[in-house]
Design a protein around this ligand. Structure first.
Ligand code: GRG
Length: 309
């Protein structure tokens, strides 16, 4: 996919940005780093279970956002890679736990059987716990050339995104709303800003923190991430209705089946598409001061609404 953006060109020409090439290159870097981070040692079963889900593909959106933001604000890929991997470990553990019978009870994820279907509920719970704990250890042990004070901020930010103020809180409200017909837009918004938005925001903001970005830049980046986070979830809800299982790599139509409130169920499909589009435009507007340097983040925002899985 080639994304063109002629707004910031000093010559008036349209610079092009090849998002597909960028994503392929970044995904390969992240895959290699994740593979290195988790060798299989004794007790093999738990390492195999963690690797089964961690190395099962996935868009690697969170690590790529973290790397892109770190570079945008003056840092390097090397500085951000341990945090980028930690974000994917946290994301993967949340998917493993989300798929358990006690939660969403799903059989497929990332195009293959879910972790508990292969390893059993007990090992799947422990694989999630192992990934979560290792994410924090990995950031502390592997990050190089970042002042300790910035690293502490990253750790705190990740902790907040994971806990009751983030993923866990969003999941609790989501579970409470299951099967109810009176879920309001406000509650739906709470669920998704916590369940999905918090980790996407942390991905972007941690990249900036690692690079030593200014408070003003971090605020802009945080608003960019909040907007793409919500757009991402709206598109996720739309795809649950319009995409096939083969495209999604997981069961389609789950929301309807579980009678879950979604953006399309409250707004309809067309209004949901419009809202997602507007949020992406708002997100991109936050990047204006960074000019051409923000091309990767601009293109990643566009990718949110154009994706098919
Ligand atoms: C975090 C301690 C802790 C527990 C987990 C289960 C749970 C609490 C939270 C649920 C979080 C969850 C599953 C949110 C959904 C996020 C989402 C939209 C996932 C799909 O992300 P993609 O499309 O997936 O980026 P890939 O496979 O491409 O990485």
């Amino acid at each position: 996919m080639v994304v063109t953006d002629d707004r910031h060109s000093p010559t008036g020409e349209s610079p092009t940005f090849d998002l597909s090439a960028y994503l392929n290159q970044r995904q390969a870097l992240v895959e290699a780093a994740l593979d290195r981070a988790f060798p299989v040692i004794y007790p093999e079963k738990i390492y195999e279970s963690m690797r089964y889900s961690l190395l099962a593909g996935g868009k690697r959106l969170r690590p790529i956002l973290c790397l892109a933001t770190c570079e945008l604000t003056g840092g390097t890929v090397e500085m951000a890679m341990p945090t980028a991997c930690a974000l994917e470990m946290i994301h993967t553990m949340s998917l493993i736990h989300d798929d358990l019978p006690a939660m969403d009870n799903d059989d497929y994820r990332r195009g293959r059987l879910t972790n508990h279907k292969v390893y059993g509920d007990d090992i799947a719970i422990l694989a999630g716990d192992g990934l979560l704990a290792y994410a924090f250890e990995h950031v502390v042990e592997e990050t190089k050339n970042v002042p300790a004070e910035q690293l502490l901020k990253v750790i705190a930010r990740l902790g907040r995104a994971v806990g009751a103020a983030g993923l866990v809180g969003g999941q609790v409200v989501d579970l409470e709303c299951e099967g109810r017909t009176d879920t309001t837009l406000e509650t739906l918004h709470f669920i998704h800003t916590h369940k999905t938005g918090a980790l996407l925001e942390a991905s972007v903001v941690c990249g900036g923190i690692l690079a030593g970005a200014s408070a003003a830049d971090l605020q802009r980046l945080s608003r960019y991430a909040q907007n793409i986070g919500l757009a991402f979830q709206i598109v996720d809800d739309i795809l649950d209705i319009t995409a096939t299982r083969a495209e999604l790599g997981k069961t389609a139509g789950k929301d309807l089946q579980a009678k879950k409130a979604t953006y399309p169920s409250l707004w309809g499909l067309e209004e949901s598409r419009q809202q997602a589009k507007q949020l992406v435009e708002d997100a991109k507007a936050e990047l204006a001061p960074f000019a051409e340097k923000a091309q990767p983040l601009q293109a990643l925002a566009d990718f949110i609404t154009s994706r098919t899985h």
